[in-house]
Design a protein around this ligand. Structure first.
Ligand code: UD1
Ligand code: CA
Length: 420
């Protein structure tokens, strides 16, 4: 098997996003756009991955794993120039090169794998991915010869006559023989209209040289979406969200209303858990089996919820661990909390976890009962089976010992040790 390396093009500012944040760092379902593309190159076994950066390269670099090589493109001279920037690493390399655009978060790894496989089987100089779309505007169109072979990619701005009506577009995924690729890059001329070097001119160049070019078409045309505008970003979010929900349902999670449920990429949920409408579950969240979440719940990053937990309506849980069979059913906020098993968090309980400077921990041990409308000012500890009476304010630094009863404002311990 030939070696595979990946190049990811991500130098652009993303002018059309009208943002100071580099385009590829905008999140889709809680994950930066570029991370979706990096995950694909990893899944396909790319031995080395090069990311071409330009606009705010340091900011993007800081988000990358250390084994990824980042290369600066000094001037935004186009996608062909971007690939050229990594050429020094490829001088003696004779394997295949997979080129991906950093702005295509909807790509599926099995589709990209099909491109690599077809490329290897056909021994083409270049194999690229196409999609048939309803609105091809803005994309490069695939020009085919009489025999059906791809002979060129025509960029939107350069398309004339019938070319503009072509619905088959270039997705921006290319697998090339390294040697042929870098040889050809030196021959690509600047596009006079945009004053850029187009990577897509590679196809016409190969065709003219008599080198073989192959294509693979996506089964699902949404995969081809490149995020160029905020509108594209919203479309990508919508498509990915439905994919995430579908996958969770296949794994045995009930989602009563997928149209009002928002779950980020990477959230893990156990089987027979029910997610009720108007619920938002963010990235880096794990929820066990047989839980009830929502309606109107927001579960934020860093949260771990064990089995048989009920988190009801108008609730927020952030950076907290919640033990099994704990209930928190109405109007509550838990932040930076370590909650044990069989705990009852009454209606309207709030952890005051932020003192204006830092976040503090609230610890609530197994079997504790926190009465309605209580405020726990962190750092604070509620012992095992302890009871906090309704409407209490437990002030910072306080520990309510195991089995004790506390109440009032500020809460005082009225029964110490074993109640009942
Ligand atoms: C590009 C393709 C187009 C294809 C579309 C798919 C070219 C000329 N056109 O168009 O055929 O249909 O993607 O989404 O390649 N970039 C750099 N350096 C540069 C310019 C761009 O790294 O100098 C990066 C961008 O950051 C981006 C990617 O390359 O991640 C694609 O660039 P973009 O400007 O979005 O190209 P499109 O106009 O979408
Ligand atoms: Ca693009």
């Amino acid at each position: 098997m030939k070696e595979l390396r990946a190049i990811i093009l991500a130098a652009g500012k993303g002018t059309r996003m009208k943002s100071v944040i580099p385009k590829v760092l905008h999140p889709v379902c809680g994950k930066p756009i570029i991370q979706y593309v990096l995950d694909i190159s990893k899944a396909l076994g790319s031995l080395k991955t090069y990311v071409v950066l330009g606009y705010k390269s340091d900011v993007v670099k800081n988000t990358l794993e250390s084994q990824i090589v980042s290369v600066d493109q000094p001037k935004m001279l186009g996608t062909a120039d971007a690939v050229k920037c990594v050429s020094k690493y490829f001088k003696s390399y004779r394997g295949d090169v997979l080129i991906l655009c950093g702005d295509t978060p909807l790509l599926d790894k099995t589709t990209v794998k099909r491109v690599v496989q077809k490329h290897r089987k056909s021994k083409a100089a270049c194999t690229f991915l196409t999609a048939i779309v309803h609105d091809p505007k803005g994309y490069g169109r695939v020009i085919r010869g009489e025999d059906g072979c791809a002979i060129a990619i025509r960029e939107d701005k350069d398309a004339v006559g019938y070319e503009s009506d072509i619905a088959e577009i270039n997705v921006g995924v290319y697998c090339c023989q390294s040697k042929e690729l870098f040889k050809a890059l030196g021959e690509i001329k600047v596009n006079k209209k945009k004053r850029e070097f187009y990577l897509t001119d590679l196809i016409e160049f190969f065709f003219e040289k008599g080198l073989k070019v192959e294509t693979v078409e996506t089964e699902d045309s949404t995969e081809g979406l490149g995020v160029n505008t905020r509108e594209d970003l919203a479309v990508a979010e919508g498509v990915l969200r439905q994919r995430i929900l579908k996958e969770l349902m296949l794994q045995g999670v009930t989602i009563t209303d997928p149209s009002t449920t928002y779950i980020d990429a990477g959230a893990k949920i156990g089987s027979d858990t029910v997610i009720h409408p108007f619920t938002l579950i963010e990235s880096d969240v794990r929820i066990g089996s047989n839980c009830q979440i929502g309606p109107f719940a927001r579960i934020r990053p860093g949260t771990r919820i064990h089995d048989k937990v009920e988190i009801g309506n108008f609730t927020e849980v952030s950076r907290s661990k919640i033990g099994s069979k704990t209930f928190m059913k109405h109007f509550s906020f838990l932040g930076d909390s370590l909650v044990g098993t069989n705990v009852n968090i009454g209606a309207g309980v709030v952890t005051a976890n932020f003192n204006g400077q830092q976040k503090n921990i609230t610890k609530i041990d197994d079997g504790a009962f926190i009465g309605s409308d209580s405020v726990l000012i962190a750092p604070v500890k509620i012992g095992k089976k302890a009871i906090v009476g309704a409407g209490s304010v437990v002030v910072k630094g306080k520990t309510i010992p195991d089995g004790s009863v506390a109440m009032g404002v500020p809460a005082k311990i009225i029964i110490k040790g074993k109640h009942k």
